[in-house]
Design a protein around this ligand. Structure first.
Ligand code: NAD
Length: 292
């Protein structure tokens, strides 16, 4: 029997844990953790993401601070806002919604965020900490992917993990996190020769590519854990629908466990953002260890 990994339910439990940690911090220290989100421009998808983050943050008991700036805001003005938020003692997490308008360097803006408030885990400092195995803030989607895999088998040690995709946002940090779980990690990408053969070796197969149903059913080893990060909007039989990077129906026939799209990795991203904000608040304010 294939286990369908229920990302919605697992994300709900991560959110609940974050909410009880927030309640605990409030009652013991009289502090309400706060997340500041910066949105520049009118991108409709970004507006939806920011709205969802706002609702989830407030639901968890944290304070949500939104900064919506017009499309024509200068790079210097965005940097100035980030610096102001860095200096604001009431702000625990800062998230700059990507993509930024073309005239603004996201690299410069992201790296202005104080690493200890970088709840997206995208600054060079946090990327370095991840590689060095030091405590830091880890990008949300890869973190969520590993949490999902661990609901199938708590101990991933020694398993062959294949990560398809090497983006800064997902593939690379995911490979590092799996390495930290003592997996034997292979990173595959667009130049990989015989991707099918590489995937067939995977006990844990993670796809973060952005190509609908790239990974075929016969690329999946029997019993493997399949984590599909891909979110692709396609038109099928005259309807728009979301599909992953894995051919779900065929892969589910052979996999031991698999994440659906939607309802797999997707919901974990915001849940892990809340988790990171609580962690950032506790560390930055010296509140000791929190259970999240
Ligand atoms: P990206 O475009 O930055 O990176 C894609 C990677 O795939 C690249 O490293 C490239 O080398 C690799 N690739 C491209 N073509 C390939 C091929 N034919 N074979 C093997 N590898 C190939 O994308 P990303 O930001 O990493 O996102 C990947 C997918 O994950 C997208 O569908 C995106 O929508 C989704 N995503 C989901 C979440 C979420 O669940 N919350 C978050 C981020 C990204």
């Amino acid at each position: 029997m294939t286990t369908i990994i229920d990302g919605k339910a697992i994300a709900a439990s991560v959110r609940e844990k974050a909410a009880s940690a927030v309640a605990d911090i409030k009652s013991r220290h009289g502090v309400q953790p706060a997340l500041a989100v910066v949105l520049v421009g009118e991108d409709p998808a970004s507006q939806v993401y920011v709205r969802n983050k706002h609702v989830a943050t407030e639901k968890s008991g944290m304070r949500s601070i939104e900064h919506k700036l017009p499309e024509n805001t200068s790079e210097d003005d965005v940097v100035a806002l980030v610096r102001k938020l860095n200096d604001d003692d009431e702000v625990d997490g800062i998230l700059v919604q990507l993509p930024l308008p073309k005239h603004i360097s996201s690299d410069r803006v992201i790296n202005e965020i104080h690493p200890d408030k970088d709840v997206d885990g995208l600054t060079e400092v946090n990327a370095g900490r991840l590689i060095l195995g030091k405590e830091g803030l880890v990008p949300c989607t890869p973190q969520g992917s590993v949490i999902l895999a661990k609901t199938v088998t708590e101990n991933l040690s020694g398993l062959n993990a294949v990560v398809v995709g090497r983006s800064i946002l997902v593939g690379k940090p995911l490979a590092m996190l799996l390495l930290a779980e003592n997996c034997t990690v292979t990173m595959a990408h667009s130049r990989t020769k015989d991707l099918a053969a590489v995937c067939r070796e995977a006990d844990i197969l993670c796809a973060a590519v952005g190509i609908p149903r790239l990974i075929k059913g016969d690329w999946v080893k029997k019993g493997a854990i399949v984590i599909d990060v891909g979110i692709n909007r396609i038109e099928e039989s005259g309807k728009m629908r979301l599909v992953g990077d894995v051919d779900y129906d065929a892969a589910a026939e052979v996999a031991g466990a698999i994440t659906p799209v939607p309802g797999g990795v997707g919901p974990m991203t915001i849940a892990c953002l809340l988790r990171n904000t609580v962690l950032a608040a506790a560390r930055r304010r010296g509140l000791g260890k929190v259970e999240v």
